[in-house]
Design a protein around this ligand. Structure first.
Ligand code: ZN
Length: 345
């Protein structure tokens, strides 16, 4: 019996000293000290010994157990230390780190933030509306009934509603943000100043200055005794804030069914400085901010008294503003995900 115990001890200790990692040591623990380990089984034989021999052998067995445990424990701490030392040698903490690439706002988003900030300074609140719009808000509430020729100028994308309980042609992708005029006025009591930045959609031939989806910002103000000169002042102030004090602007009369009178604002093309290029269709000017005094019918449609209240509305072509500000000669660059383009802003 004593012989066997000594053998177990020698074998366990020599294996422990040779172990290379913690896993080997864990295996040893199970092989010798586990429930059916060699030492545990040997200890069970103790009861078969003659009574007078038991204390002596028991003492030896205890010593063997302690020695094995201690050796494994010591070896374990040695292995762990060695491992962390190796790791330290592999990691050179003096090498400078690699800077992660930090993204930035898309030029479109930057311009939206700037425009919204300028209007905030003028007391405008920002509203948001649905991109899928009804024919009523997009056209009818804006004094454009179903048979109005103005509808022809807005190449409308209709949603397939064959399985829905609505009349055909009732649900569209909004062609303009003016639909938000009626939506906002129905909810807010005058006086009000609201801007709505957002995307609009048209079935258009795509070229350098036209897209089938583009960003606009619609704005409108309703108050008492608003004059056309207030509108001119607002347009002039806003565009100079956004594009610089030295820009050249010109106004022309135009016609939109939801304003009376209608005004078109042109800015001298920043790409060619007025000389004429493909972006401005050789005219030297770019249409940037159509506007006008809100038509009394629009105010009536939302239940405002057109005797008490009047106001103006305007629209900024945000996509065009971005291309003019950054002197891009093609609107399509704005929706191009190529990093070589985006990294320039
Ligand atoms: Zn030009």
């Amino acid at each position: 019996m004593e012989e066997e115990l000594i053998q177990i001890k020698n074998s366990a200790v020599s294996l422990a000293l040779d172990a290379k990692d913690k896993k080997e040591l864990d295996d040893l623990k199970i092989r010798f000290l586990g429930r059916s380990g060699r030492l545990t089984l040997a200890l069970k034989e103790l009861s078969k010994l003659p009574k007078e021999k038991r204390p002596e052998v028991g003492k030896l067995a205890n010593e063997v157990k302690n020695t094995i445990e201690e050796t494994i424990l010591e070896k374990e701490s040695q292995v762990t230390k060695q491992k962390s030392q190796e790791l330290k040698e592999k990691i050179d903490i003096s090498i400078p780190g690699i800077k992660p690439q930090i993204g930035h706002l898309h030029p479109m988003t930057q311009v939206i933030y700037d425009v919204v900030n300028v209007f905030k300074g003028l007391g405008y609140q920002t509203a948001d509306g649905p991109e899928i719009e009804t024919d009523y808000y997009n056209f009818e509430a804006l004094n454009i009934p179903k048979d109005h020729p103005a509808r022809d100028t807005q190449q409308t994308l209709y949603l397939d509603t064959r399985n829905a309980k609505v009349n055909p042609g009732e649900i569209i992708l909004r062609t303009q943000l003016s639909g938000m005029q009626a939506r906002a006025m129905e909810k807010i009591k005058p006086p009000l100043r609201v801007i709505v930045p957002g995307k609009v959609f048209r079935y258009e031939q795509v070229d350098a200055s036209h897209g089938f989806e583009f960003w606009q910002l619609e704005g409108f103000l309703v108050d008492t005794n608003v004059k056309l000169t207030d509108l001119f002042g607002t347009i002039d102030y806003v565009l100079r804030k956004l594009m610089g004090e030295n820009i050249k602007l010109k106004f022309a009369t135009t016609n939109f069914p939801f304003v009376e009178p209608g005004v078109d604002t042109y800015i001298e093309c920043t790409v060619c400085k007025g000389k004429g290029c493909s972006f401005c269709k050789m005219s030297g000017w770019s249409e940037i901010m159509p506007a006008g005094m809100i038509h009394p019918n629009v105010l009536k449609a939302v239940g405002y008294s057109s005797r008490q209240w009047n106001g103006f509305a305007f629209c900024i072509g945000l996509s065009r503003l971005v291309t003019l500000r950054y002197k891009m000669d093609d609107l399509r660059l704005l929706t191009n995900p190529d990093m070589r383009i985006l990294e320039q802003f």
